[in-house]
Design a protein. Structure first.
Length: 168
């Protein structure tokens, strides 16, 4: 069962990494087009900054999945590194559980806002872009991150210690 979940996570990671890459390239392309238009034709794209911001939000919240799988999210673990190995492992597991709980809480609290944005068809000012799309990236990214960390945690507990990707 764990191997099936790990295989699913690997497929999900391929999808989220590709999505993050496409979004990053899109942001760079919009920025490049805006620069060319501004400096060579004295015309800027009025919606460029807004859309680039939304695209970067999508890039961050799809890219966070790879970071979560590798266990490379920001941690304040200087003191933990000085503790005995058993206590380090206990605190690392606790840290993973706190991440999952926090991701679940953010997702639960974000959905009512997302629902209201969709119901009222809220749109951005410059691009007239539906705000539900970039705002939905937050709970989607956090949900995926929680699932990925849960699978990584199950894998770690099933195999002993270390990261799910076999390194460490």
């Amino acid at each position: 069962m764990i191997e099936t979940a790990v295989t699913g996570v690997r497929w999900l990671l391929m999808l989220t990494r590709a999505t993050a890459a496409v979004l990053l390239i899109t942001s760079v392309a919009i920025n490049f087009a805006n620069i060319i238009g501004r400096y060579f034709f004295s015309l800027s794209i009025p919606w460029a900054e807004e859309i680039m911001l939304f695209v970067m939000v999508g890039c961050v919240f799809t890219g966070c999945c790879a970071v979560a799988w590798e266990g490379r999210q920001i941690k304040m673990d200087v003191v933990v590194g000085m503790l005995p190995p058993k206590l380090q492992e206990l605190l690392n597991v606790l840290s993973e559980l706190v991440l999952i709980a926090t991701a679940a809480a953010v997702t639960v609290f974000a959905w009512p806002v997302i629902s209201q944005l969709a119901a009222f068809d809220e749109r951005s000012q410059a691009a007239n872009f539906p705000l539900v799309i970039p705002q939905a990236m937050l709970p989607i990214g956090y949900t995926l991150m929680a699932v990925i960390v849960a699978v990584r945690l199950m894998t770690r507990l099933g195999r002993g210690s270390g990261r799910a990707d076999g390194s460490h």
